[in-house]
Design a protein around this ligand. Structure first.
Ligand SMILES: [Zn+2]
Length: 175
């Protein structure tokens, strides 16, 4: 039988526990109250050339993609690591990803809307110092323990079609 191509993404159902973590983390992000945020697993993440693993990623949904579904952001979670995280690490990771999601504000300070009346959002690049401070302020994990978890045992068939890149690496892994 021919080897089947891997599918490296899987939707997380709203009834699954990561959504409880998302709900908890959203308490710190009032400016995202109106944002529609979906979660998906990233499977079989491979190390990049600097031997870093992406633990999570926040993607802003494009206008074209919004023609197909109604979300504003999709947060990818590295399933291999997620299942090994404790509750605080999970919360810190989702909090970090939410730090990338921001309302797109106009000159008046009000959130922009598009010509269809929808709120406009933006993706913010990682400001690692600020993000780390937020995590400390919330008494979640220290950054190194989030960024340097025990690597899972891996028996990977690596697929080159990874859509994930690092975004400002610190420590062993990136978020
Ligand atoms: Zn990040």
């Amino acid at each position: 039988m021919p080897r089947l191509k891997h599918v490296n993404y899987m939707l997380i159902a709203q009834s699954e526990s990561p959504y409880s973590v998302l709900t908890e983390a959203r308490q710190w992000h009032e400016n995202l109250a109106a944002a529609r945020i979906a979660l998906a697993w990233r499977l079989r993440t491979k190390e990049d050339r600097d031997r870093k693993i992406v633990l999570g990623k926040c993607l802003k949904v494009t206008d074209l993609q919004k023609e197909f579904h109604t979300y504003d952001f999709i947060i990818l979670l590295n399933q291999e690591y997620w299942v090994r995280f404790d509750a605080k690490q999970k919360l810190a990771l989702v909090d970090h990803e939410l730090c990338h999601a921001r309302p797109d504000l106009g000159n008046t300070g009000a959130q922009k809307t598009d010509e269809r009346g929808r709120l406009v959002w933006r993706h913010r690049k990682a400001d690692l110092e600020e993000f780390a401070k937020a995590i400390r302020d919330r008494e979640l994990v220290q950054q190194p323990s989030l960024l340097d978890p025990v690597p899972p045992r891996r028996s990977l068939n690596v697929d080159n079609a990874t859509g994930i890149t690092t975004d400002g690496a610190v420590g062993t892994n990136t978020v």
